[in-house]
Ligand binder design. Structure first.
Ligand SMILES: *Cc1c(COP(=O)(O)O)cnc(C)c1O
Length: 223
């Protein structure tokens, strides 16, 4: 079985009965274009990239194949215009000042940019992500922009050796997602879980898992 088929089977097996569909985002940062093209040929459509410069050359090289590109790395204000022009999704929106920059740069001939608000659950000052208390206002700002579409929430919990701690964090984000959906009923995406812990995230309601190494093997280049 190919790595892709194997991963899709593991995702399916982790789904609780009656749970939502779970989409696979293949995180291809550091991976060469040929590896991405090979997965695309097998039917994988959604890819995640962390570094804007690296992503732009991949997006250009693989144009015309119907691929859907998600920014999964930190978003900087000086990169907002390029991101809004070339990506389909931003999963790492974490501050208000980026909202008008993305909206203004989204080309009129493209559909609205799909946006996830990145939430920081642990109080680590260095890590990106909006604090819980900031999330409702950020959602309101995104939802008010016609060139952006609020799709949901994303998180990267601190790696904790205790799986029950991670699982509790995923459950916490799921509760926040459910409560925000009362005000933003079109939100349909809860992006959480990576190679090490995607099964736990799916058990707690993830609708998208972001998988790199478990799909591609170790990343060839380390930044
Ligand atoms: C790199 C990365 C991933 C994939 O991580 P793996 O452990 O290789 O599966 C997922 N999400 C984000 C935000 C990442 O930066």
């Amino acid at each position: 079985m190919s790595a892709l088929r194997n991963m899709l089977a593991r995702i399916e097996a982790a789904r609780p009965p009656g749970g939502p569909a779970v989409h696979l985002l293949a995180v291809s940062k550091g991976q060469p274009i040929e590896r991405i093209a090979a997965l695309a040929a097998e039917g994988q459509q959604h890819f995640g990239e962390n570094y804007v410069q690296e992503a732009l050359s991949k997006i250009a090289a693989l144009a015309g194949r119907g691929l859907v590109w998600h920014l999964t790395g930190p978003l900087q204000s000086n990169k907002c215009a390029a991101v809004a022009r070339h990506f389909d999704w931003v999963e790492t929106l974490d501050r208000a000042k980026l909202v008008p920059l993305l909206a203004a740069a989204r080309p009129p001939d493209r559909p609205p940019l799909e946006v996830l608000v990145q939430v920081k659950l642990d109080d680590e000052t260095t890590k990106s992500g909006a604090r819980r208390v900031e999330v409702p206002d950020l959602c309101r700002l995104v939802a008010a922009e016609p060139r952006l579409r609020l799709r949901g929430l994303m998180t990267i919990p601190r790696p904790d050796p205790d799986p029950s701690v991670r699982r509790a964090r995923f459950a916490e984000l799921h509760r926040l997602f459910q409560s925000l959906r009362r005000d933003f009923p079109k939100m349909d995406t809860l992006s959480m879980g990576m190679s090490e812990d995607f099964e736990l995230a799916i058990a707690e309601g993830a609708t998208e898992v972001r998988i790199g190494t478990a799909l591609f093997g170790p990343r060839p280049t380390k930044r």
